[in-house]
Design a protein around this ligand. Structure first.
Ligand code: NAG
Ligand code: NAG
Ligand code: NAG
Ligand code: NAG
Ligand code: NAG
Length: 409
């Protein structure tokens, strides 16, 4: 296996890209988002406990504040599509469905803020949202002001039904200006790249948005989750050069705790989203979640990797023989200069654990005094290794193993 790592290592170019200057998202944002788990469930007669309504968002906010999620850094309660009434109001403004949000959005924002959390909302750059609620294309400025008036803290702007590419670009860029003009700091999450066609200007996404979706919607299956990991691994957009404080690639929500992933696969999704400095938006019923999934979401060792100050997204250095190897340089009060997180994903779904073995020097780590190696999920000390020593461990099928590698003093 060792010789497979013998190829030129990327000399890391730290992001020189200008990012959106609204003071937000200096580390990748964290919160909860409705979409993957609750979708466009609008029938509150049939399903009052799970329908898209102020009740759902208040209950999620309660759990986030009381059960350790807020304390761990999950701050945004993000509403997705299907919150709106079918038509704009007589004043031309968007309005929430009056039956499902009887107290209005300002009251919901006040409630969420009273818990120490922030409220996210959803709109669409086209003439309709993806689920055919009113679009914002011709009302971007008014809608930005409406969201600010409601004291919303985040906007996800989708791109369904948005027409030509030039409209799309102009619209997403205009919204950056309109949000700024409200004077309220509003985290701007863009779906722009997904609709931008094959030629994507990632520098422009980073200048105008705090986070942006690059790829398809996440679904509750390993095939989908691993496909997304593989997409970033293929690195068609030079993703890690664009990301950095204020501006993040967004692989979409976390589905761990839902129905489709095994425990190993849940660890793999969480581990890789942390490695990739991805926004962490849980899409799971936090009112009723398996304890082991909750423990993963709150894992402090992984979260300090996720929110590392250097803000460098992991990059895949090797794929083959069933294993993907990813590196993320780290530097913070927890990790001295020269530290890395190393993640190995076993993407094969048969035949038991696979042995990984590589010297640290083959991974690009050459400090002669050696490194302290720690398994990340449990924090288990794996001893000290010199650059020529072999780092060895086994990785379960469709699972992950992550170590931090920190130069000894
Ligand atoms: C608006 O943009 C200016 C200049 O880029 C920035 O200094 C300011 O913080 C922004 N304000 C908000 C509310 O985003
Ligand atoms: C909601 O569900 C109930 C019960 O299944 C059904 O009778 C009703 O027509 C549905 N309402 C809408 C608006 O679809
Ligand atoms: C909405 O957009 C679609 C396609 O993007 C277009 O066919 C339709 O004419 C538009 N409707 C309006 C009212 O602009
Ligand atoms: C963007 O702003 C420009 C200048 O104000 C305006 O002419 C244009 O119509 C806007 N485009 C969209 C899609 O909002
Ligand atoms: C990644 O690249 C490989 C090899 O070109 C390709 O087979 C695979 O489909 C790509 N994965 C994604 C998700 O694009």
């Amino acid at each position: 296996m060792t010789q497979l790592f013998q190829y030129a290592f990327l000399l890391l170019m730290l992001s020189g890209t200008e990012s959106l200057d609204n003071g937000l998202a200096l580390t990748p944002p964290m919160g909860w988002m409705q979409w993957e788990r609750f979708w466009c469930n609008t029938n509150c007669t049939k399903d009052p406990h799970n329908c898209i309504s102020e009740k759902l968002f208040k209950e999620i906010a309660d759990v986030m504040a009381s059960d350790g999620y807020l304390a761990a850094g999950y701050r945004y309660v993000a509403i997705d599509d299907c919150w709106m009434a079918p038509e704009r109001g007589p004043d031309g403004r968007l309005r929430p469905d009056p039956d499902r949000f009887p107290n209005g959005m300002k009251a919901l924002a006040d409630y969420v803020h009273s818990k120490g959390l922030k409220l996210g909302i959803y709109a669409d750059m086209g003439n309709q949202t993806c689920q055919k609620f009113p679009g914002s294309k011709f009302d971007l400025k008014l809608d930005a002001q409406t969201f600010a008036d409601w004291e919303v803290d985040m906007l996800k702007l989708d791109c369904c039904h948005s027409g030509s590419h030039s409209d799309l670009q102009e619209g997403f860029q205009n919204m950056t200006v309109y949000l700024n003009q409200t004077g309220r700091p509003i985290l701007y999450a863009c779906c722009w790249p997904v609709c931008a066609g094959p030629k994507k200007d990632y520098k422009s996404f980073a200048q105008h948005c705090n986070m942006w979706r690059n790829y398809r919607d996440v679904r509750d299956s390993w095939e989908n989750v691993y496909g997304t990991i593989d997409f970033y691994g293929n690195n068609t957009g030079h993703f890690q050069e664009i990301a950095g404080p204020g501006a993040w690639n967004d692989p979409d929500e976390l589905v761990l705790g839902d129905f489709g992933l095994s425990y190993d696969q849940e660890r793999a999704q969480f581990g890789m989203w942390c490695m990739m400095a991805s926004p962490l938006f849980m899409s799971v019923d936090l009112r009723n979640i398996r304890p082991r999934s909750k423990d993963l979401l709150l894992n402090k060792n992984l979260l300090i990797i996720h929110s590392d100050e250097l803000g460098v997204q992991a990059y895949r250095v090797f794929k083959g023989n069933g294993l993907d190897v990813w590196l993320r340089p780290l530097r913070s009060k927890y990790f001295r200069a020269g530290s890395y997180a190393v993640a190995v994903v076993n993407y094969i779904d048969h035949s038991g654990p696979v042995q990984f073995s590589s010297s640290l020097q083959d991974l690009g780590m050459h400090i002669t005094a050696g490194y302290k190696v720690t398994e990340a999920f449990e924090g288990k000390d794996m001893g000290k290794l010199l650059p020529e020593d072999l780092l060895m461990f086994k990785v379960n099928p469709t699972g992950i193993f992550i170590v931090t590698v920190v130069p000894v003093s």
